[in-house]
Design a protein around this ligand. Structure first.
Ligand code: EPU
Length: 422
C-alpha cells in the first residue's frame, strides 16, 4: 500500500514559495551530458525522485553520476555503453532522451521502452523517423528501440507535431552529425531553449532556439560544461492555481513569469489579481474564481501539464468552463476522481465540461500521474472535510518539498506513511 496525503479542506493559502529547477529540463540536460567526455555539473536541480532515477540510467551506461542536493555531477567516459536497458530505464519516461545522445556519441543505441502511461499512448514514431532521416536505422525489437548509423549526416526534418521528446532526441543526435540539420515544426518550450543553451555552451552550433525552426550545424565533438537549470514553470503555475482555488495570495519566485504569460492571463480572466515580478509572480484571488475556458496546445499554448489544475479551478468556479485536451488521449482519466469529490464534470472525447459548484466534499481519491495527483490535492483544498489522495509517489516524481510547501502556505496537508508490509 502506498503513502497518501491527508488534505483538509477550507484553508486559504498565502505566503511565498520558491520554485526549483524544471523536471522536464533537468532530465534532458542529464542525458545531454552523455554527449561530452568529462565532467558536467548541473545546478538548481529539483530534489525529486526522477533525478536519482536518471542518474541510475546514466550509471548503467558507464557514467559516474552524483546527486548532491540541488547539484548533479556527471562524469562521462570516452567509451560509453550503448545499451540503456537497466530497470531504471523502464521506470522513467524521460529515459528515452538518452537515445539521441547515444546515437550521436556511439552511433548505435538500444533503449528499453518505458511501460504504458496513464495519460495515454506515447509513440516514438517521430523520434525514429527523425533519426532515420539523419542516416540511422531504427526499429523496435524485444521491447527496445534500436538505432544504428554508420555515419550521421545533416537533413531537413519536418515534424508532424512539435513534440518535445522528438525535438530533443533529434537535436541531440544532430549536434554531432556531419553537416547541417534543420528541424521544422520543432517544439518551442522553454525547456527546449534551456537544452539548446546548454548544448551551445558545450560547443554545439544551434540557431533558432525558441522558434519552430532549429538549425544545427554539426560539430565533431562537444566539451562538458556547468549549467543552471531553468525554474519549473509547471510547478510555478501550480501555486498560481492554488492561490486561485483557495481565494489565497501566493508569491512565486524562481521562475521566469514570461514562460507563463498565457497562464497568468487566464488567472486574471478568472478574477485574480496578478502581479508580474522579475523572478516570479504573485496571484491573489478574492472569493470564488470565475469560469474560464482552456485549450491545451504545445508552447506557447496552455500546457497539457496544467490541465488538471485548470479543471480543479473549474470545479469550484462560478459558471461553466469548457476544457479541451489536445495532447494526450487519456489525460481526462482523473476527472472521475474529481466527480468523487462532488465535481459536476463530464468528458466527451477531447472536451470536458465543468459546471462549478460552491463546495466540493471530501473523499478518498487516487492519483494516476503527477499532475492529476496535484490537481486532486488542489480540489481537496476546496472540499469540506478531509480528502485522502492515494498513490502520491506520482507527486514525489515531480514536486520537491510538496507537503512542506503546502504547509508553509497554510494548508493542512500531511503525508501519511504506508503501513509496514506484513
Ligand atoms: N507524439 C507522437 N509521436 C512521437 C512523439 C510524440 O505521436 O514520436 C505525440 C504524443 O503522443 C503526444 C504529443 O505528440 O500526443 C506530444 O508529445 P511530446 O513528445 O511533446 O511529449 P513528451 O516529450 O513525451 C513531454 C513532457 C510531458 C508533457 C509533454 C507535452 C517530459 C519528460 N515529459 O513529454 O510532461 O506533458 O512533453 O508538453 O518532458 C509531466 O511532466 O507530467 C509530463 C507528462
Amino acid at each position: 500500500m502506498s503513502e497518501h496525503f491527508r488534505v483538509e479542506g477550507g484553508a486559504r493559502l498565502a505566503g511565498e514559495v520558491e520554485v526549483a529547477g524544471a523536471k522536464n529540463s533537468v532530465l534532458k540536460l542529464m542525458a545531454a551530458a552523455l554527449l561530452a567526455e568529462g565532467t558536467t555539473t548541473l545546478t538548481n536541480c529539483p530534489e525529486i525522485l526522477d533525478v536519482p532515477l536518471m542518474a541510475e540510467v546514466l550509471r548503467s551506461l558507464g557514467c559516474q553520476a552524483h546527486v548532491d542536493g540541488t547539484t548533479v555531477v556527471i562524469t562521462t567516459p570516452a567509451e560509453l555503453s550503448h545499451e540503456a536497458v537497466s530497470p531504471a530505464v523502464g521506470k522513467l519516461r524521460a529515459s528515452v532522451c538518452v537515445l539521441g545522445p547515444l546515437v550521436g556519441r556511439c552511433k548505435r543505441a538500444v533503449v528499453a521502452l518505458p511501460g504504458g502511461d496513464a495519460i495515454g499512448s506515447r509513440p516514438l514514431d517521430m523520434h525514429q523517423s527523425g533519426l532515420r532521416q539523419l542516416g540511422a536505422t531504427s526499429s523496435i525489437e524485444h521491447g527496445c528501440v534500436v538505432a544504428e548509423a554508420e555515419d550521421l549526416h545533416g537533413a531537413q526534418i519536418w515534424l508532424d507535431f512539435p513534440s518535445m521528446g522528438a525535438t530533443e532526441n533529434i537535436l541531440m543526435a544532430a549536434v554531432l552529425a556531419n553537416g547541417t540539420t534543420v528541424i521544422d515544426n520543432a517544439a518551442r518550450e522553454p525547456e527546449i531553449v534551456d537544452l539548446c543553451r546548454m548544448l551551445a555552451q558545450m560547443g554545439a552550433k544551434i540557431e533558432g532556439a525558441g522558434t519552430s525552426t532549429l538549425t544545427v550545424h554539426g560539430v565533431p565533438s562537444l566539451q562538458p560544461t556547468e549549467h543552471r537549470v531553468i525554474g519549473d514553470r509547471i510547478v510555478g503555475a501550480t501555486w498560481g492555481f492554488a492561490a486561485a482555488v483557495t481565494g489565497g495570495d501566493i508569491t512565486v519566485r524562481g521562475v521566469d513569469p514570461h514562460h507563463l504569460d498565457l497562464v497568468l492571463e487566464k488567472l486574471r480572466m478568472a478574477g485574480a489579481e496578478v502581479t508580474v515580478l522579475e523572478d516570479g509572480f504573485r496571484v491573489a484571488m478574492a472569493g470564488r474564481p470565475g469560469a474560464v475556458d482552456f485549450v491545451t496546445l504545445p508552447y506557447p499554448g496552455f500546457a497539457t501539464d496544467l490541465q488538471p489544475f485548470a479543471i480543479a479551478m473549474a470545479t469550484v468556479a462560478e459558471g461553466t468552463s469548457m476544457i479541451t485536451e489536445n495532447l494526450f488521449e487519456s489525460r481526462f482519466r482523473f476527472v472521475e476522481e474529481m466527480v468523487r469529490l462532488g465535481a459536476d464534470a463530464r468528458t466527451d472525447g477531447h472536451h470536458a465540461v465543468i459546471r462549478g459548484v460552491a463546495k466540493l466534499s471530501s473523499a478518498p481519491v487516487w492519483a494516476s500521474d503527477i499532475r492529476a495527483g496535484v490537481g486532486l490535492v488542489l480540489a481537496g483544498l476546496c472540499a469540506e472535510g478531509v480528502t485522502e489522495v492515494w498513490d502520491v509517489f506520482h507527486i514525489d516524481r515531480g514536486y520537491p518539498q510538496f507537503v512542506e510547501n503546502m504547509q508553509r502556505l497554510g494548508a493542512n496537508v500531511q503525508r501519511v506513511a504506508a503501513p509496514p508490509e506484513r
